[in-house]
Design a protein around this ligand. Structure first.
Ligand code: URA
Ligand code: SF4
Length: 240
């Protein structure tokens, strides 16, 4: 029996352009029905960093590109201020279709749930496999759950440089796309939209920039070599 979700739409051994084209026809969950189009990730295929948002917003849904609305502008500004090179960044979302409810003529963003995150995870896994980034930046709780598992709390993790999950199985539970195992590191921060909505916007922005500074530092610390996983504690005594 075919597993539900995007997995059956993900072409094997495909490049980024083929993945993007295939994602345009994804019917892996119900979200394709009401959204305008799939919004796939964008950026250089040599990107060292993959930044993951939640899902396309209203503007992204109309234009078909990630982070082209207000949240994207805030993210751009934070990257500029911290000196993160945009040519090294691939931007994508945990969920590739806009989820919303209609209120009059307005479309109100609705946070994707576990079903949609899991359904869409095969696309994210395929992007990460193909790009093999050094660093993955989770922008907000939905991205963090997609990468690190459903139990994560952004408030506890934000700004920390973490190894990729040892067991990415939950990400691939509905995917036939099994990578050898991720060797990137992960930094989680809040979603740029949360900064825009924060009661104290300048404090929230400063904290966001502080997290982005850690991204920059992590990249600078590994200029000449690919960041490996941190050393694994020996599980048995050395040979005697
Ligand atoms: N918010 C997101 O999470 N992603 C986008 O692409 C735009 C806004
Ligand atoms: Fe497919 Fe993801 Fe869109 Fe659902 S949200 S239809 S899984 S691309």
């Amino acid at each position: 029996m075919k597993a539900p979700g995007a997995a059956e739409f993900v072409p094997q051994d495909a490049g980024l352009d083929e993945l993007r084209a295939a994602a345009g026809g994804c019917r892996g969950c119900e979200l394709y029905r009401n959204a305008t189009q799939t919004v796939f990730g964008e950026g250089p295929d040599q990107a060292r960093v993959v930044m993951i948002g939640e899902q396309p917003g209203d503007r992204e849904d109309e234009q078909g590109h990630p982070f082209v609305g207000p949240a994207g502008r805030l993210l751009d500004r934070a990257m500029d201020e911290t000196g993160i090179d945009r040519n090294q960044v691939y931007l994508t979302n945990a969920v590739k279709h806009f989820k919303f409810i209609e209120r009059g003529s307005r479309r109100i963003h609705k946070q994707p749930g576990r079903t949609e995150i899991v359904a869409c995870s095969a696309w994210l896994a395929a992007e990460l496999d193909l790009l093999g980034p050094e660093l993955v930046v989770c922008l907000g709780a939905v991205a963090a759950k997609a990468v690190l598992g459903p139990a994560v709390k952004v408030t506890e993790l934000r700004g920390q440089l973490l190894p990729a999950p040892d067991d990415p199985a939950y990400r691939h539970e509905h995917s036939e796309h099994e990578p050898p195992g991720p060797d990137y590191r992960v930094i989680t921060t809040v979603h740029p939209s949360a900064v825009l909505r924060a009661p104290d916007r300048s404090a929230a922005y400063a904290a966001f920039v502080a997290d982005m500074t850690r991204v920059k530092t992590a990249l600078d610390g590994s200029d000449s070599h690919k960041m490996g996983r941190p050393p694994v504690t020996a599980t048995r005594a050395p040979d005697t």
